[in-house]
Design a protein around this ligand. Structure first.
Ligand SMILES: Nc1nc2c(ncn2[C@@H]2O[C@H](COP(=O)(O)OP(=O)(O)OP(=O)(O)O)[C@@H](O)[C@H]2O)c(=O)[nH]1
Ligand SMILES: [Mg+2]
Length: 424
């Protein structure tokens, strides 16, 4: 398989912090809390753009960060949400978690979207924490951090068009003049041992992928020559350019060549036999080619197979051939989706309720997402905030869990970087 790979870092925007603010009005000495909520951070979203064909752009830019949410403000003003960051990828891109290797997304169709990391939620402003007893909360909630991840982008490039034909007919030479690929070209059979790939640019940002495939010979369907391996690749292409040596310089007859190769394709699979095909009658610069081409066109005209006389050596005749390829590709269905197992890890909402208690040198240490979440809204210098904190510990079952672990009054508890005495 032809694989293009890039490793990139993505980070969703952090949530904005909630504001601590109090109303100031004329003749109202002690206004109520009016700190607004922080805005949510932007997500990082991957979108398929079918005019892209490679992962080349990711060689230059590797870090992608979505915008953070803005902080809340006084007068109950909510911070603006951060914009999502859109990353465009070509069809056929799979995205893996760099650490676990799990496939997080397999993007195929134009416009298909996937959110891979979610922005952090904005923190609540102090207005949110006001109650009938706690009328002037001097604490607010900080925004949640946006998720971050290193991912591997993998593009299994599917060749739109495969160049097939007998050995030495000029397949690699054709690839080299139509694309930036530099395959080995030589005057002997089986110069090409594995498929080469190139991108043919046809202007207006349009392109297609062309594969040069090792020469086929009789018996290829049974594995003769370089056989099966690449016939499998050919099966995924959308159409074939059947390259024929029109000069007959190796003593074969071009018309027979045409039928023999097609028989091999047919015997390998009917899918391959039925693939749309046009003929590139190559080496038309050599003597005798014109006569052969006339016969070939005559032979194939009833079957509607178009024949294009070309010379890869002189770079002649390819404009017409490419024109036809583009017309055909436009009418053909897009390449087939790869079957891969998708692991849905990052669609899950963040887990805000689990925690863990460990015992470290006489100290009970509480950690986990539940703690991180509660800590976002604690101001340790503020009495009411601490009371709120304790209530949350109780409500989340953390106090009960500590008791179950055997904690007694006076023992030390550590949460994040804070240590305090346990009092029930
Ligand atoms: N005169 C002439 N020679 C050509 C033309 N195209 C290719 N050749 C020559 O034919 C020989 C084989 O060319 P390749 O492109 O390596 O052929 P191939 O089909 O890729 O061969 P395999 O990889 O062995 O299957 C080379 O010596 C080329 O220079 C052409 O249009 N005219
Ligand atoms: Mg070759």
């Amino acid at each position: 398989m032809f694989v293009d790979i890039a490793k990139i870092y993505i980070k969703a925007g952090d949530g904005g912090n909630g504001a601590i603010s109090f109303r100031r009005e004329k003749y109202v000495p002690k206004g109520g809390p009016d700190g607004g909520n922080g805005g949510n951070g932007g997500n990082v979203i991957f979108v398929v753009n079918s005019s892209l064909r490679t992962l080349m752009d990711f060689r230059y830019k590797r870090h992608f960060k979505a915008e953070a949410g803005q902080n809340g403000q006084g007068k109950d003003m909510t911070g603006r949400n951060g914009h999502d960051l859109i990353i465009e990828v070509p069809p056929g891109t799979t995205i893996r978690d760099e650490k676990t290797g799990d496939i997080l997304a397999d993007l195929m169709n134009d416009g298909e979207k996937k959110i891979l990391v979610y922005g952090g939620k904005g923190g609540r402003g102090n207005a949110h924490f006001a109650t009938s007893i706690r009328q002037t909360p001097r604490f607010a909630q900080n925004g949640e951090k946006g998720q971050e991840l290193w991912v591997i982008l993998e593009l299994k490039m599917i060749a739109d068009v495969g160049l097939i034909g007998f050995p030495n007919v000029g397949k690699s030479t054709i690839l080299s003049i139509l694309t930036a690929a530099r395959p080995k070209i030589a005057n002997y059979h089986f110069t090409t041992l594995s498929p080469n790939l190139g991108v043919v640019e046809i202007g207006e940002g349009k392109s297609f992928v062309l594969a040069d495939i090792p020469g086929l010979i009789e018996g290829a369907h049974e594995g003769v020559g370089l056989g099966h391996d690449f016939l499998r690749h050919v099966e995924r292409t959308r159409m074939l350019v059947h390259v024929i040596d029109a000069s007959g310089i190796e003593g074969r007859n071009p018309i027979e060549d045409y039928y023999k190769i097609n028989q091999e394709l047919e015997k390998y699979s009917s899918n391959l036999g039925n693939k749309p095909q046009i003929v590139a009658a190559n080496k038309c610069d050599l003597p005798g080619a014109n006569e052969n081409i006339k016969c070939l066109i005559e032979e194939l005209s009833p079957s509607d197979i178009k024949v294009f006389p070309v010379s890869a050596a002189q770079n002649k005749g390819f404009r017409e051939l490419l024109h036809e390829v583009v017309i055909m590709l436009d009418k053909l269905p897009p390449p087939k989706k790869f079957e891969v197992e998708e692991v849905d890890v990052y669609y899950r909402k963040q887990d805000n309720t689990s925690f863990e208690i460990t015992f470290d040198k006489e100290v009970y240490v509480v950690s986990g997402p539940a703690i991180d979440n509660i800590l976002r809204s604690v101001n340790f210098d503020d009495y009411e905030s601490l009371q709120y904190f304790q209530r949350m510990l109780r409500r989340r079952g953390i106090i009960d869990a500590l008791r179950e672990k055997g904690i007694k009054d006076g023992d030390t508890v550590r949460i994040d970087e804070f240590e305090f005495e346990f009092l029930s």
